[in-house]
Design a binder for this molecule. Structure first.
Ligand SMILES: CC(C)(COP(=O)(O)OP(=O)(O)OC[C@H]1O[C@@H](n2cnc3c(N)ncnc32)[C@H](O)[C@@H]1OP(=O)(O)O)[C@@H](O)C(=O)NCCC(=O)NCCS
Length: 378
């Protein structure tokens, strides 16, 4: 085998053959199973899109109703998971709580039957159904409250918002939240999906697959960027401060959160949709002063870094949408995970269909034949 050139971050190296999603980073196109993201955001629901990604086709009316019903029936979490979560430190990050809880779920379903379609379906339903309940339960318990039971009369997104603060959400907010989940559900071979596929390739269980992907999603260069965007907008504080703030970051060669992407060299199509959703929310629930700051940032960054293809990514406007819904900043990334779990599971299923364990190579640049120096001579 020829020795390949080492590419930091595996840039441009295919890690799988996949028919789940497609990105054209020059034209700003994103498709799930061939359908444009704009169309799914306008016409689909999160659960329908999840079905499309995992089983490869849009469901019929009956198939969708059956899937929605199964998810509805599996929303409750076991009291032992809830009691375990109660013992987590309230100062801990909700992503860490989610990673631990997703892994713990696997303790209850240790029988692995990876070639059985019924096992795959059960695991998919259970993970998609319980992850939002776990996120909401930790949110309430860290404030000293008891978690609330899921409401069977509410759909997937409305029920999650309800479980966060025991109030039935505004229908527009619930609809917009559902669209946000569609926008975050899948995005080709990103870091957490790669992580999911590597873990899946060892033929471990899907709970370990999701737990490893949650851990990867949490970092500030991946899903964690949406939290940092809000922090940054708060630090900037006013439209007048935007230009000097951006210039200072550029001069220090620091990354501007919510901008830039390994694949997109134009504005991320999800950022455009999210910006429109943010405007819809502001027109119903009132302006957000940070939106003006964000728009000015987009202008200044385009002027300064547009030539390098640095434009807003999915994380730039999502935080403003969630903030307007009253969601705490450190739940933004767990919400990303609620959506992305369906994408990870689509990749888990695809990986199993033609599995080979991931075992890349490395370029060794250390010593050979090094002497062992006794400890008292070091
Ligand atoms: C997403 C990200 C990790 C992609 O990284 P990458 O593909 O490895 O890109 P690189 O770090 O190699 O950057 C390429 C060039 O663009 C610049 N760049 C990339 N993202 C930048 C950003 N957010 N702000 C300022 N400059 C940026 C780099 O400084 C580099 O410039 P140089 O060639 O002059 O050195 C990176 O854009 C980033 O850190 N963005 C901020 C975090 C974020 O929003 N993450 C969410 C992603 S959805």
């Amino acid at each position: 085998m020829s020795v390949c050139e080492y590419k930091p971050g595996l840039e441009g190296i295919p890690a799988a053959q996949s028919s789940i999603s497609y990105v054209d980073g020059q034209k700003g196109i994103l498709e799930y199973r061939g359908i444009r993201i704009e169309e799914l955001a306008a016409k689909s629901t999160f659960l329908e899109t999840a079905y499309l990604l995992i089983w490869g086709e849009l469901p019929s009316k009956e198939e969708l109703a059956a899937f929605e019903e199964e998810v509805r029936l599996h929303r409750r979490i076991k009291y032992r998971i809830r009691d375990m979560m109660k013992c987590f430190p309230e100062s801990g990050h909700p992503m860490d709580a989610l990673q631990a809880s997703a892994a713990a779920l696997g303790l209850f379903y240790s029988l692995r039957d990876l070639h059985n379609p019924a096992y795959i379906r059960d695991s998919v339903v259970r993970l998609i159904a319980t992850i939002p309940t776990m996120v909401a339960a930790f949110q309430l318990m860290r404030k000293g409250n008891d978690p609330v039971r899921p409401r069977d009369d509410l759909d997937y997104s409305a029920n999650f918002l309800y479980m966060l603060d025991e109030k039935e959400p505004d229908p527009l907010a619930a609809k917009i939240f559902d669209i946000c989940l569609i926008l975050h559900v899948e995005h080709t071979m990103n870091a957490s999906t790669f992580s999911a596929r590597v873990t899946a390739s060892t033929l471990t269980d899907p709970y370990a697959v999701v737990a490893s992907a949650v851990g990867t999603l949490g970092g500030p260069l991946h899903g964690g960027a949406n939290e940092e965007v809000i922090q940054m907008l708060e630090d900037i504080g006013s439209v007048a401060n935007v230009r000097p703030y951006v210039e200072d970051l550029i001069q220090r060669k620091a990354k501007i959160m919510g901008f830039g992407h390994r694949v997109y060299k134009v504005k991320d199509p999800r950022a455009t949709i999210l910006q429109n959703l943010a405007e819809e929310l502001f027109s119903k629930f009132g302006e957000d002063k940070y939106y003006e700051i964000a728009q000015e940032m987009e202008r200044v960054v385009a002027e300064k870094l547009g030539h390098k293809g640095i434009y807003p990514n999915v994380d730039f406007y999502s935080g403003l949408v969630y903030r307007k819904m009253g969601i705490p900043t450190d739940l933004f990334t767990p919400i990303f995970a609620i959506a992305r779990v369906a994408g990870w599971l689509a990749h888990w299923k695809e990986q199993l269909e033609e599995n080979r364990i991931f075992r890349p190579t490395q370029v060794y640049n250390g010593q050979h034949e090094a002497p062992y120096i006794p400890i008292d001579q070091r």
